[in-house]
Design a protein around this ligand. Structure first.
Ligand code: WT7
Length: 653
């Protein structure tokens, strides 16, 4: 591997793809790093032994009998082991100095902040757990949490985990209809929501959305807990559903701070989180306890080189997997101080992130390429106003990051001092799978580097051969890993079909990738009908099914188009029932319709009304051709886009 001068990016004579630019961390960073190179060799020599060592860092009520039971695709990690996720995130930090260490620093959009120490967080979680119990929630029951980025959301998740209830957090940006679908699929017994959420100074009526969802079905729901966003204001009024609704803050006053953690099996379900697949119906990804906790704690510490005094900020929403794994379970299991920010990056001004970093002396920042591209566009003046010297490590996740955006992040946010961890993973993988380990691995701008210790991935051809370096193929995981999803809630068959039916015993990620001659991985993007808009996952069919519910629409197709800031944007093609309908009106109506059906983040960038859609002989819409049109390419000319080759291959015949 081509070693370059430390701390300085050298632009050597590169191959055609610029893949030989490498960078290493500064000697000072390396000298201070907790792990050394031997971790890779350790994990390769004895992969399962390595994971056992990692698991042993958690607190187990009873040690496991067997590290791995692998009967593809069915897996059991740490079978026979007993533990509790909430105990691992809270109770074991209560002895010694960590008990008074800030666990969560909450920063509201209006600049108010509130800090909870581990001791305080533990007390709140116990009270909330007792509240859930008092409302009849027991082990195995599902609780839907539809809440914004506030401390009570973290408390609620941990309270569920404490009593063995399965939480299902639904991102606060979803519509009533999307919420209803998820509540019904997971058969929730209880729903937690807030009276309002705040975004860019505006109040979002979350209780109203929840109410709309509940009134449209959701028969399994017995009780609703309403958290008041402003607890010092009036308790829930007469207007609320008296027998069903519970005022969180009022009820918490009565609850004890003593609630022993339920003893859970390693393979007991911890949570269900919905994500989009290739069909219209979202998939309830199931994660269990022992392997998940091992995976997220290990990677959070190892990838970001977590130190006791770090102030760690992950900007993701707690309603997505990044929030679950790297705001809640990983960091708190490691006893870290986590910053939780409720608001938008541009409110009240475009320097909000940099202001927060300076205010709280954030040392690890984990964010998304779409945000970094936006900051780059806004310009340097916003950064220059603030002292960012507390930053030590940077992370990115959710989409491929363009090399020039990576360099901008490195230079201007990290001051050429902070290693960048481009972390590739998925809702399904539960934990980071490919990434540099900060300061340990070399970095190439735009590449997520290589698998972390203990993870084995390969880039395969359709027939299952390992692709030579430089050639595109399918990104797969060849050995089970602890935080892997266990199934799709209530749908084992779909689980097997979606992920395990391509190559025996090998997990298919849905992404295309290539390896370069130095062993670095380059992610091309999805090769299925999943569209990634600003790190939000959409299924083309999910959007199309929603459009077909609109009375004006006869046929619909949805594709992703390359977008400078969002990575991809949604482009819609429809044919109308009434060919003479006023097109402009229909188009604006459809945009609004999608917002109502899925959520504001599903507003399409472009809507085309057409007389016909390209179809196969069997009547299937050929999205690939529509994508060419959306991208402004000549129809059928796929040579300009790498992923098209993969696509073409995948669907051939
Ligand atoms: C899809 C998973 C994992 C948390 C956020 C998204 C894409 C994710 C990267 C990266 C290139 C990436 C993939 C993947 N993706 N991280 N570092 N480089 N692409 O989770 O919603 O489950 O989406 O996001 O296409 O399959 P998700």
């Amino acid at each position: 591997m081509n070693k370059e001068k430390q701390g300085v990016l050298s632009l050597t004579e590169s191959d055609s793809k610029g893949e030989s630019r490498t960078l290493t961390a500064s000697p000072a960073f390396i000298a201070d790093r907790a792990l050394d190179d031997s971790v890779y060799a350790r994990a390769t020599r004895d992969r399962l032994g390595y994971w056992e060592e990692q698991a042993a860092q958690l607190h187990w009520f009873k040690k496991w009998d067997r590290v791995l039971d692998w009967n593809p695709p069915w897996v059991r990690w740490f079978d026979g082991g007993k533990l509790n996720a909430s105990y691992n995130c809270l109770d074991r930090h209560l002895e010694g100095e960590r008990s008074t260490k800030p666990a969560v620093i909450f920063e509201a959009e209006n600049g108010d902040s509130r800090t909870l120490t581990y001791e305080q967080l533990h007390g709140e979680v116990c009270k909330a757990a007792n509240l859930l119990k008092s409302l009849g929630v027991t082990k195995g029951d599902r609780v839907v949490i539809f809440m914004p980025m506030i401390v009570e959301t973290v408390i609620s998740m941990l309270a569920c985990a404490r009593i063995g209830a399965v939480h299902c957090v639904v991102f606060g940006g979803f519509s009533a209809e999307a919420l209803r679908e998820r509540i019904e699929d997971v058969e929730a017994k209880l729903v937690m929501t807030t009276d309002d959420g705040q975004r860019r100074g505006k109040i979002i009526n979350m209780k109203g959305i929840a109410e709309e969802a509940l009134s449209a079905g959701c028969e399994s729901v017995e009780r609703v807990i309403v958290v008041r966003r402003q607890p010092d204001k009036e308790p829930l009024g007469e207007t609320s559903n008296q027998g069903r609704d519970v005022d969180y803050h009022e009820a918490m006053k009565e609850m004890s701070t003593n609630c022993p953690a339920e003893v859970m099996d390693a393979e007991d379900m911890l949570f269900v989180l919905y994500t989009s697949g290739t069909t219209g119906k979202p998939k309830g990804v199931v994660h269990t306890t022992g392997g998940y906790m091992t995976g997220v704690a290990t990677t959070h510490k190892g990838v970001f080189d977590l130190k006791e005094n770090d102030i760690y900020w992950c900007t993701a929403d707690v309603g997505w997997i990044t929030g679950h794994s790297y705001i809640v379970y990983g960091p708190l299991a490691n006893g870290a101080t986590v910053l939780l920010y409720e608001g938008a990056p541009d409110y009240p001004a475009k320097d909000r992130y940099w202001e927060i970093i300076a205010k709280h002396k954030v040392s690890i920042l984990y964010t998304a390429p779409t945000a970094i591209r936006t900051f780059k566009k806004w310009g340097l003046s916003y950064l220059e106003k603030h002292d960012l010297s507390s930053l030590r490590v940077l992370g990115t996740v959710g989409e491929p990051i363009n090399p020039e955006v990576w360099l901008w992040y490195y230079k201007f946010v990290g001051g050429e001092r902070c290693p960048i961890c481009d972390t590739w993973w998925q809702t399904e993988t539960g934990m980071i799978m490919l990434s540099p380990l900060a300061g340990l691995s070399e970095m190439k701008p735009g590449s997520c580097s290589a698998p972390i210790p203990g993870v084995k991935v390969s880039v395969l051809s359709r027939s299952g051969e390992v692709m030579e370096w430089g050639h595109n193929g399918y990104l797969t995981v060849s050995e089970p890993w602890p935080a892997m999803m266990r199934t799709i809630y209530g749908n084992d068959n779909r689980y097997v079909k979606s992920y395990w039916s391509h190559w025996p015993g090998i997990y298919f990620t849905g992404d295309g990738a290539r390896r370069d001659k130095d062993g670095f991985f380059w992610i091309i993007g999805r090769v299925d009908d999943v569209i990634n808009v600003s790190g939000h996952r959409f299924s083309a069919m999910e959007v199309e099914n929603a459009l077909l519910e609109h009375p004006a629409v006869a046929e619909a197709a949805c594709v992703g188009k390359t977008h400078e800031v969002k990575g991809q944007a949604l482009v819609i093609f429809v044919t109308l029932r009434d060919k003479n309908a006023p097109k402009d009106e229909v188009i604006s109506d459809l945009r609004q319709f999608l917002v109502g059906r899925i959520g504001a983040f599903a507003r399409p960038d472009e809507v085309y009304v057409t007389n016909d859609l390209p179809k196969t002989r069997s009547g299937k819409i050929i999205r690939r051709l529509l994508k060419d049109i959306a991208e402004g390419r000549a129809m059928g000319d796929t040579t300009t886009m790498e992923s098209s080759h993969v696509l073409k291959e995948l669907y051939k015949g």
